[in-house]
Design a protein around this ligand. Structure first.
Ligand code: SAM
Length: 267
């Protein structure tokens, strides 16, 4: 099948929607990964920088709610009404009442400043202009405040281990109620502009394997080399405090790193 390019090769939708099956299956796919690797890193940042914090792109509360359960003071900012509704429902089942804002991270004006901003799970890469986003985040932090972010480099796509322009099985999982879900992905790379354009086709099946529902989403992600990320942070007025690769403090951040997590301080 030909890759659709109705408005030019890399003209993706302005925002990543996280609606329909993409929202409803979000937690089920993540659950297969086990205990979220980022949780301990985020909790450490909140412990070292107490005060109000904000998770940007807090989604279904996968990370926000465990942080609240640990007693951290974190609010959530999310664009997708469906993800927010899921978060509120899960929070209420846990007896939590989080402060959540439905807004765009690029224009969000809370009327106050934070001690820490958290952007786990590659959310910065969804920003159409990550440099402008970082400059905006700088304004949301109080002096001495920190930003935590994780980004990934699409090594499998870059090395041709995943076929460009073709659908491939990305993930399958069985839901607790016996139904099952699958996501297939196809991608295109713009190596020069460092843009990964991805489509995800989500399918929900009944216990007998019959198709119940389907949804396709499209997502545009920017990626950065470690040097570019340092440059972006410096330009926005951040000084890196520390960085780890692949969520492992023992792995140095070099050109082989697939996931880079940085904690940087507002100048
Ligand atoms: C990769 S998901 C991560 C969700 C959550 N942080 C987690 O780890 O489970 C990215 C989230 O960012 C949200 N998002 C994307 N663009 C956004 C924007 N411009 N403003 C606010 N949230 C946004 C998406 O709706 C989605 O819930």
């Amino acid at each position: 099948m030909k890759w659709p390019s109705p408005a030019g090769p890399f003209q993706a939708p302005p925002v990543s929607a996280y609606t329909s099956l993409e929202a409803r299956l979000h937690d089920a796919f993540w659950a297969d990964e086990g205990e979220p690797a980022e949780l301990a890193l985020m909790a450490e940042v909140l412990r070292d920088h107490p005060g109000p914090a904000l998770e940007v792109g807090s989604g279904s509360g996968r990370l926000l709610l465990p942080l609240l359960q640990k007693g951290h003071e974190v609010e959530g900012l999310e664009l997708s009404a469906e993800m927010l509704a899921m978060c509120r429902e899960s929070a209420s089942a846990l007896g939590l009442d989080p402060v959540l804002y439905e807004a765009d991270m690029l224009t969000f004006e809370p009327g106050k400043t934070y001690a820490a901003l958290l952007l786990p799970a590659f959310t910065l890469q969804l920003a159409p202009d990550p440099a402008a986003a970082l400059e905006h985040f700088h304004r949301l932090l109080r002096p001495g405040g920190v930003i935590y972010l994780s980004v990934f480099i699409p090594l499998a796509e870059l090395h041709g281990e995943l076929p460009e322009g073709e659908w491939y099985d990305d993930h399958r999982t069985r839901l607790p109620d016996g139904r099952s879900a699958a996501v297939e992905t196809r991608h295109r790379l713009d190596r020069k502009s460092r843009i990964l354009d991805r489509e995800h086709r989500y399918s929900l099946f009944d216990a007998g394997g019959g198709l119940l529902d389907e949804h396709t989403s499209r997502q545009t992600l920017r990626w950065f080399t470690p040097r570019q990320l340092r440059g972006l942070l410096a330009k926005a007025g951040f000084k890196p405090l520390h960085a780890v690769a692949d969520f492992d403090a023992e792995i140095p951040v070099d050109d082989e790193a697939q996931i880079i997590t940085v904690v940087a301080c507002r100048d």
